[in-house]
Design a protein around this ligand. Sequence first.
Ligand code: CTP
Length: 399
Amino acid sequence: MLQGKRVLLIIGGGIAAFKSLDLIRRLKERGCAVTPVLTKAGAEFVTPLSVSALAGVKVHDALFDLTSEAEMGHIELSRSADLVVVAPATADLMAKMAGGLANDLASTLLLATDKRVLIAPAMNVRMWDHPATQRNLATLRGDGVLTVGPNEGDMACGEYGPGRMAEPLEIVAAIGAALAAGPLKGKHILVTSGPTHEPIDPVRYIANRSSGAQGTAIAAALAALGAEVTFVTGPADVPPPQGVRVVRVQTAREMLEAVQAALPADAAVFAAAVADWRVASASASKIKKDGKGLPTLEFAENPDILATVSQMTDGRPGLVVGFAAETDDVIGHATAKRARKGCDWILANDVSPETGIMGGTENAVTLITAEGAEDWPRMGKDEVARRLAQRIADAITVG
Ligand code: CTP
């Protein structure tokens, strides 16, 4: 699976760097070429000589190295591999990545690359748990960076907890998964998910019961088939999946803007439960009980994101998929909805409270296309997602 692949391996400064020597060996055994980059701190733990001896090529360690700039500039170096792997990814390297710094060779390569990045964090447990590191981790995941580990266990510093770098074979498996050539490789797919929050005043909002579970599962299933996914999500209960670019929004109008900014796309799946209405003029200050009676809320209609994108004359995604959450005459309403909105497919589901679907783990859907309605048996939301992702792959990769 790794035969003929190329990995740019950035070795950061941590005691776990010694495991990266074994990682190089394991990758080479599998026919994967490794171009090593050693940070200044990394070179305190492993020598350039042992790294280059194992990799069988020169190790890169300086940003302003004229010889190597003449041979291969740092921009080219950052793009020459199929995947960039950072192991160990120290707290400092993660912070640099999250902040977009480029003050040495490793951070410059990470900022310049157009390839996927997989990090294997390794650090003291307190450093890992620190809010700053967790904030950086969330930012990196939101940028689509993949992670493997850290594992829990005894640490070189004598403490116990999460922070140990994943074992070389676990990293090899994560590299294999990241490089797997799925049918959607090279396709950009947009997914909306979660509810929207429509403000009433600075402390109150109108929302709905969507957990974001179905949209998250769809984004994960599309990414697993190799798609490049932009995941536009409202404030959901479940965290976004790994390996997708996350754009967080609150309101329907923000969601529409984020969707338009993310186009063009080969396909788009609109799984968000967008609020149909917003409060016409949300109050800038908290609405008080001022003794003048009950407040009256006036509503305005939100843009219909699915209909807007479905009816684009220029740059419409090749396949547009919507959902129809209904409580009665599910197929009738959903078929009419497909025609009214102009999308290609609708996944219709019955969200009556007795079905337990809204906010639950299962879903029972009917796929409505130009050819008619196709009932899917009740199954887990992950399974619905995998089935839909495969259907999308079949539809947009033919010919
Ligand atoms: N949708 C959207 N923007 C909106 C409302 C809905 O993009 N402002 C999308 C949803 O993501 C979903 C589909 O439209 O894919 C249908 O959502 P649903 O709530 O079932 O339909 P509504 O358009 O709200 O129609 P109705 O209220 O008549 O059921």
